[in-house]
Design a protein around this ligand. Structure first.
Ligand SMILES: *[C@@H]1O[C@H](CO)[C@@H](O)[C@H](O)[C@H]1NC(C)=O
Ligand SMILES: *[C@@H]1O[C@H](CO)[C@@H](O)[C@H](O)[C@H]1NC(C)=O
Length: 369
């Protein structure tokens, strides 16, 4: 039934991207083929995976992840979510800071990732760790843009394989990209002082013990190495005894895949305790909020949902397409409302540094004699 998906694709794409004209043909091809592959994956998804995905949402009723059951739910959630998100423009599963309000989510992600690579001082030969790398597309862009060698780690082996496949197809596997299957709540599987930099994009909500994790980061980084976090936090406007605020939080958490909703100080305090110097801790969206970006994505998900409903009704696609889509997009308007009230953000950026002077070996790679 691939033809059904292929026939649906131009409609989905038009809704998703708004306009075709002026789009870089390489990016257009990338996104069309990604979208088609994602729809094929959802089409052929085993029923058990669908059930496990729906059950995994119990994770977001908790305040923190703590043990084995939570890790299993995390895997069950992401191994389906990554396909659902890749149909539209959130393949990388994060809402970026607004860098240019005239651009869409995908283009803002690219701009953001480049700015992040610059803030980490990445140069050809730098060794970088991507914590919670998902499908490895952020790592791919950071590596291509900066020339750095990026290693990704993720708890979901399905996504690790997808990251490896894509890196292989694009010729960067082994040379600039490598991926490791693992849970970052365990000791990190790297020797001391391995990396020149580290970044993570919206993954610390799955942290069991931040101080323990930050000490591990400190151990595997070289002196002088920088780290960049982009993450989901609560803002001073959030009042934990206000009924409306609590209701919005309850709706937004499953929408964004958030378990823990920390304050920025829940990161900066243990970072300092682990030995890092915190260089900055601030909202990274130039507009101060992200709801315009969310609204763009929302209208895509709604229109695509209507289309999928029709296709399921005439039995061209399985019913679970609609079930999954509805679960994914439930309470989208709650984020917009919470964002306007200034309660939370997914684009809080922290830059920190391990004290010390960068070692010579990196400089030698950059400027060979
Ligand atoms: C990379 O791609 C080649 C050609 O398709 C394949 O033979 C090889 O097994 C792949 N390597 C990995 C590690 O996936
Ligand atoms: C928080 O909300 C409660 C309940 O609505 C209210 O009584 C209290 O004044 C609020 N606190 C602040 C600091 O706004």
């Amino acid at each position: 039934m691939r033809w059904v998906l292929a026939a649906t694709l131009p409609v989905i794409m038009t809704v998703a991207f708004g306009k075709w004209r002026g789009m870089n043909p390489r990016i257009l091809w990338y996104r069309a083929s990604t979208s088609l592959r994602a729809m094929t994956a959802i089409y052929t998804l085993p029923e058990q995976d669908v059930r496990d995905f729906l059950a995994s949402y119990e994770l977001f009723e908790q305040e923190r992840v703590s043990g084995k059951n939570d890790f299993e739910n995390t895997v069950n959630y992401y191994k389906v979510l990554n396909h659902l998100c890749a149909v539209g423009e959130v393949e990388k599963m994060y809402i970026p800071p607004v860098v240019d309000p005239n651009l869409n989510i995908f283009d803002n992600q690219l701009l953001w990732e480049e700015a992040m690579a610059d803030s980490l001082d990445l140069t050809p030969g730098s060794r970088v760790l991507d914590l919670g790398c998902g499908r490895g597309r952020v790592a791919h862009h950071v590596a291509s843009y900066s020339g750095a060698r990026v290693t990704g780690i993720n708890i979901d082996s399905t996504q690790i394989r997808m990251a490896q496949d894509y890196a292989n197809i694009t010729g960067l596997l082994g040379s600039q990209l490598s991926f490791v299957h693992g849970n970052f709540n365990d000791p990190l599987p790297f020797p001391d002082e391995t990396f020149d930099a580290l970044y993570q994009v919206q993954v610390l909500t799955y942290t069991v013990d931040p101080l323990k994790l930050f000490r591990e980061m400190y151990r595997i980084l070289k002196p002088g190495a920088k780290i960049a976090f982009l993450d989901w936090v609560q803002l001073p406007g959030f009042n934990s005894t206000d009924k409306l605020h609590l209701e919005l939080l309850k709706k937004v958490k499953p929408l964004l895949g958030a378990v823990w909703t920390p304050k920025p100080s829940d990161f900066t305090v243990p970072l300092r305790e682990a030995g890092f110097q915190v260089l900055s801790s601030q909202e990274a969206s130039i507009t101060g909020g992200q709801y315009q970006l969310i609204q763009k994505a929302q209208s895509f998900f709604e229109t695509a949902g209507t289309l999928l409903r029709v296709l399921a009704k005439i039995r061209l696609i399985p019913r679970h397409f609609v079930t999954l889509w509805d679960r994914l997009t439930q309470d989208g308007e709650a984020f917009v409302e919470a964002d306007k009230l200034g309660l939370f953000t997914t684009s809080w950026q922290i830059i920190a540094q391990k004290p010390g002077i960068a070692t010579e070996d990196k400089l030698q790679i950059v400027q060979p004699n």
